[in-house]
Design a protein around this ligand. Structure first.
Ligand SMILES: [Zn+2]
Length: 120
């Protein structure tokens, strides 16, 4: 899972994955523009600690990792309910992605479940 030092960097990556998000603890919804504006405001008002960083899930959900261990998911995507979001960085690092189609693959699987590419 990629690490981002600012929310804006995380959002700029997430927008390549999906185009709408909902805030995890409320019913607020964000489109690409809304999320970019929010990220810029958040970065200027709440600078990150050195140890903290953001992560982005394969489907575009954005999480915050403050201690290098636990992931707190901030923005969920429409497909987040189908996505098994890892709650710790250790779990996240065990998730592998298909080199052909980029979909998440099951650890130890011989073939990608999405496109059928052979995996090493
Ligand atoms: Zn694949």
């Amino acid at each position: 899972m990629k690490k981002f030092n600012t929310l804006l960097e995380a959002v700029e990556f997430a927008v390549t994955r999906c185009n709408s998000w909902s805030f995890a603890t409320s019913n607020d919804n964000y489109d690409v523009k809304g999320l970019l504006v929010l990220a810029e405001t958040s970065d200027s008002e709440n600078p990150m600690d050195e140890d903290s960083f953001y992560v982005v899930s394969p489907a575009g959900a954005i999480g915050l990792c403050e201690d290098g261990e636990d992931i707190y998911w901030l923005f969920l995507t429409g497909s987040s309910t189908d996505e098994d979001l890892p709650t710790t960085l250790q779990t996240a690092s065990q998730i592998k992605f298909c080199s052909k189609c980029g979909k998440e693959i099951i650890l130890g699987a011989g073939f990608c479940g999405a496109c059928g590419a052979k995996l090493n």
